[in-house]
Design a protein around this ligand. Sequence first.
Ligand code: NAI
Ligand code: A1CAB
Length: 276
Amino acid sequence: MEKIVFVGAGSMAEAVIAGICKQKSVDSSSVYVMNRSDDDRLRHLQESYGISLVSSNRNELKSADLIVLATKPKDVQVAMEQIVPLIKKETVVLSVLAGVPISAIELGLGLRGIARSMPNTSAAIGKSATGVAWNSIIDKKDKQQILTLLGSIGIVVEVEEDQLHAVTALSGSGPAYVYYLAEALEKAAIQAGIDQPIARELIIQTLDGAASMMQKTQEEPDILRKNVTSPGGTTEAGIRALSEGGFQEAVQSCIQGAETRSRELGKANGKVKSSS
Ligand SMILES: NC(=O)C1=CN([C@@H]2O[C@H](COP(=O)(O)OP(=O)(O)OC[C@H]3O[C@@H](n4cnc5c(N)ncnc54)[C@H](O)[C@@H]3O)[C@@H](O)[C@H]2O)C=CC1
Ligand SMILES: O=C(O)[C@@H]1CCC=N1
């Protein structure tokens, strides 16, 4: 895919742009970006990643091979109305929007190859966990190119479209849960008397080490947990406190709440307004 145009220049667009440019999976000179407003933001992306800006006549859209939809779900209808008159029928669309169904993009941009994905912000360092689903007419070659593109920003798994709500709840939002845990650990560590910079260093290494242990040993997490938990020891006391505080239930509600919200976003932003 020669020319890629990002519609929306927010956090997620930047994470994907940073990832694909740093991994050199595309030539940054063939990446273009447009936004609703905020020229400073566009200039920041241009200067940081060597990409180009869509010009005011939006001519770049006419020759785009791939359009990445990266607005908020609530803004996508307007964005699609603005770009649809300009794009050619061969242009493939990659959405990163939470909730918004492929059918809404087909209605908004016409029947064409469409991939609906859910990356996360770790794309910026090539560590996204991305889920992707396809519409029925997407070409094998386009699918492969999108898999390669998404693969360059982390791991990518193909799922049924309906499962993307759960993927969004788990790995799309997931980095935020980990940061929330890190915030809580840091506060508690400071309260326990550890200096903040030291607490930060220990937390980062602990999270990284635990994730790497899961990846490298392929051991079940409950076994790894039990390996840490000496009978009558400190971990047992800590886990008991988490359990009594409703940890499992809170995590379950977290995923359920996020998944429900993804479905709501789909319903709220899944229809194209009639032009009459
Ligand atoms: N932030 C995250 O961690 C993730 C976000 N997503 C999805 O990515 C999408 C973007 O999220 P963020 O980057 O966080 O939001 P954001 O608010 O940072 O960025 C959205 C951008 O779209 C632009 N925009 C709005 N209307 C437009 C239009 N008509 N034409 C061109 N640009 C327009 C806005 O100016 C804004 O810069 C959302 O749909 C979200 O569900 C997906 C995975 C993770
Ligand atoms: O919070 C959100 O709606 C977006 C989708 C996944 C992560 N951020």
